[in-house]
Design a protein around this ligand. Structure first.
Ligand code: FES
Length: 496
């Protein structure tokens, strides 16, 4: 299986997952230890314990016989030796490219810093991944960019499970984990460990980095401890708007110049929390919507992250799918773009109807996208829920702003997924509005772009402070218009 580890000190009642977390070992645990995702597999080198009910549910007989168990459902015994999978995640395609000042393209590769130049590390801490750029302050040159996994994933894939872990007394471990990740990235960039950092990220990530309590983030009225622009140790922490609309969106707003624009523009981040903002230099309204992880390959039966072998593009003709994979490797699952394209192609071929039901032929077992990869009715449903949440959120923001599509200058689409999606297909499934197709601008990692700008220019920090303090937030969950639009958008648009 891979990496061998000996379980060290254990406290009674500790699971293997908790023991590994305490030992600083990384293990994938998307459900946060609830025994439902089946991803925290470990193999006992000898004397495996009796399998739990959860083991029997998600593991095959052969796996159980080989000593594989779920780490979160197995009690830790001191001295036990287990193996954990290194996983393909290390090769995950992390979004670090962005469009800055209208200049598209990826950040140039690593170069030698100029002698004597002051270097700052601009950082985007995402829930899944982290990107860090070394920026030369005087020249504003990006000397190099490094990316990695956020190893807090051992405590769950989403911000809610991280908050819960922190609230259960694991805040110190989560803080240690993210600090180790930042140390690693600075090391990869050849930066000294005391290099200043400018940090962008969602509000939960910023709280965990500073060891702040997450207790008030997850419960009404969802008040953050501190999302102001401030200094913490050797870091500048960029400001957020609220618990749900964090510094990553403020960075994106400023990087896209929305806060200085005369035209009304929209920024939408198509991640799990579906954050978005509309506005111009006079007024900005933001929102976040629980879109779910479908467009990151999450909650999809054969979904995977953007790893080598992930199906990223799909074409279906006469019931047969032709796929492209990352790295042209044999297909291992569907990443976000693969999920979106599968749904679009199924709709186009009338193998899924507008209500989201698969054709009779594929109704029970799903549509075969590639060998061993099927797309089921439940998967279509996940996409419907995600796209409807994003679309309804956009429509509510327009309504609250009192604007219509004609008045929108640009629709900026942030995030790695947004940079890679086929916009026509995104419109085809109803995720994005057709009316804005000619004004959509994928901007990549605009959170990192904002951090880079802030590292070089104090006036950018002031702009961010103003956005953090003045931008409004509208609560979609309590908005009856959102509920109506959400239901209206559940179905797919008619195909031409
Ligand atoms: S089954 Fe999800 S973490 Fe163990």
């Amino acid at each position: 299986m891979g990496h061998r580890i000996r379980i060290e000190n254990t406290v009674e009642g500790t699971s293997i997952l908790q023991a590994l977390q305490a030992q600083g070992e990384y293990i994938l645990a998307p459900c946060g230890g609830n025994g439902t995702c089946g991803k925290c597999r470990v193999r006992f080198v000898q004397d495996p314990p009796a399998p739990s009910q959860a083991d029997r549910k998600v593991l095959t007989e052969a796996e159980i016989a080989a000593g594989v168990r779920l780490a979160c459902r197995t009690a830790a015994v001191k001295g036990a030796v287990i193996e954990i999978e290194a996983g393909d995640e290390k090769q995950m395609d992390v979004a670090s490219g962005f469009v800055l000042n209208g200049a598209p393209g990826r950040i140039p590769g690593q170069k030698e810093p100029e002698e004597g130049g002051t270097i700052t590390a601009a950082v985007d801490i995402g829930t899944t991944t982290i990107a860090m750029s070394a920026v030369e302050i005087g020249s504003g040159r990006i000397l190099g960019t490094s990316t990695g996994i956020n190893h807090q994933r051992s405590w769950g894939a989403d911000v809610i499970s991280r908050m819960e872990a922190s609230n259960q007394g694991k805040g110190g471990l989560l803080q240690k984990s993210i600090r180790a990740d930042l140390d690693l990235l600075r090391e990869k960039l050849g930066l000294a460990q005391d290099t200043r950092m400018v940090i962008s990220g969602n509000s939960t990530m910023e709280h965990l980095l500073q060891g702040l309590s997450c207790k008030t983030l997850g419960a009404a009225p969802y008040t953050p401890v501190d999302i102001s622009l401030h200094e913490y140790e050797n870091m500048t922490i960029l400001p957020g708007i609220s618990t749900f609309v964090g510094a990553d969106i403020v960075s994106g707003i400023v990087a896209c110049g929305i806060d200085q624009s005369e035209e009304i523009c929209i920024l939408v981040d198509l991640g799990t929390n579906g954050e978005m903002a509309i506005g111009n230099r006079d007024r900005i309204i933001s929102a976040s919507t629980a879109a779910g992880p479908a467009f990151e390959g999450g909650n999809i039966s054969c979904g995977v992250a953007g790893i080598p072998g992930a199906v990223s593009s799909v074409e279906i003709t006469d019931g047969n799918a032709r796929v492209q994979t990352i790295g042209n490797l044999p297909p291992v699952g569907l990443c976000g773009t693969g999920v979106l394209e599968t749904v679009y192609e199924l709709l186009k071929e009338e193998l899924v109807d507008e209500t989201g039901l698969l054709d009779d032929k594929y109704f029970d077992d799903g549509f075969p996208v590639a060998e061993g990869i099927v797309f089921t009715n439940k998967d279509v449903r996940e996409v419907q829920l995600a796209k409807s949440a994003v679309r309804a959120g956009l429509e509510v923001l327009l309504e609250e702003y009192g604007a219509d599509y004609d008045q929108i200058g640009k629709l900026y689409i942030a995030g790695g997924f947004g940079q890679k999606i086929n916009l026509e297909k995104a419109v085809g499934i109803g995720l994005l509005p057709e009316e804005l197709l000619d004004r959509m601008v994928p901007v990549g990692n605009s959170s990192l772009a904002g951090a880079v700008m802030a590292a070089c220019d104090p006036s950018v920090l002031e702009r961010m402070r103003a956005v953090g303090e003045n931008a409004e937030e509208t609560a979609l969950a309590e908005n009856p218009l959102f509920s109506d639009l959400y239901m209206d958008n559940i179905f797919f648009p008619e195909q031409d």
